[in-house]
Design a protein around this ligand. Sequence first.
Ligand code: NAP
Length: 309
Amino acid sequence: MNDIFDVIIIGSGPAGLTAGIYTTRASLSTLIIGGTAWGGQLMLTTEVENFPGFPEGIMGPELIGKIRKQAERFGAVFKEEDVESVDFEVVGDFRVVGDGEQYKGRSIIIATGAQTQWLNLPTEKRLIGRGVSSCAPCDAPFFKEKEVIVVGGGDSAMEEALVLSRFATSVKIVHRRNAFRASEIMQKKVFDNPKISVIWNSEVVDILGEEKVTGVKLKDVGTGETKEVRIDGVFVAIGHKPATEIYSGQVELDEKEYIKVYDHTRTSKVGVFVAGDVHDYRYKQAITAAAFGCMAAMDAEKWLEERKS
Ligand code: NAP
């Protein structure tokens, strides 16, 4: 294996793998440290209908498997290891430790993504893709003429509800308090939408259904009373957590602990670039993550070229 790689990519969702396709095709030696649970959010997704190039749709794990193959085809070295620590102190001689081994890179692309926060209910995981979702832009068309709930009270919940209202017969937002934290403008859009109603002061304590979602059990947080509501879909929008713990003190993070970006894909550290959901809380799509991966790879290549001259 190389003593020092031109690029070390940390993360193996669409951002990291697309970066790998571009860096290897630019003849840069590339190590992708993809994680033991490699592949990112697409591994948890069922059918993907909005990724260009697959008119019939494609299953999430199959899509990410194909992108990985494409990166490996051009020579990317792929490690299914978790990164334990990084040391970005010396520009051009960056260190990344995974599985007890230290790797050296002339440049770095951070693409570790963000994890959807789930409710952690026993049935939730089993029903993801069978009525449970965290992405209305991806899954709303499956809920035409159906009844759905959205859990959460932030901007994401408002956005999910608004997208769903274009397809579903009714959308109920279930929120654990009696006020949203979402911006006024988003709240207004929600309150003005006749298809959307709100169930305040309530928590989802169970998701019902064997093969697919058939309902939820709600608990009134004031009285403790529970009731079952028949429903076809549950959209969980209670936030995301960027995977940035290992970069603390190495590159700047913003107030929400996402990687802070300067000039498209640059981080606060020269030679360290960023791509995908680990810095992007706005779009959070596989295709936008892939595009950020492409951008970060091109920026890393240009930076490496400039350093040589
Ligand atoms: P967020 O602002 O952190 O809101 C999360 C919501 O989920 C809160 O209302 C919270 O309730 C609720 N929640 C958290 N844990 C829960 C649990 N275990 N059970 C039930 N409810 C729970 O997250 P977000 O909406 O994803 O937004 C993240 C950031 O992205 C924000 O800064 C937001 O403004 C931004 N964003 C902007 C846009 C836009 O501008 N169009 C769109 C999406 C996101 P509490 O309120 O009680 O804490």
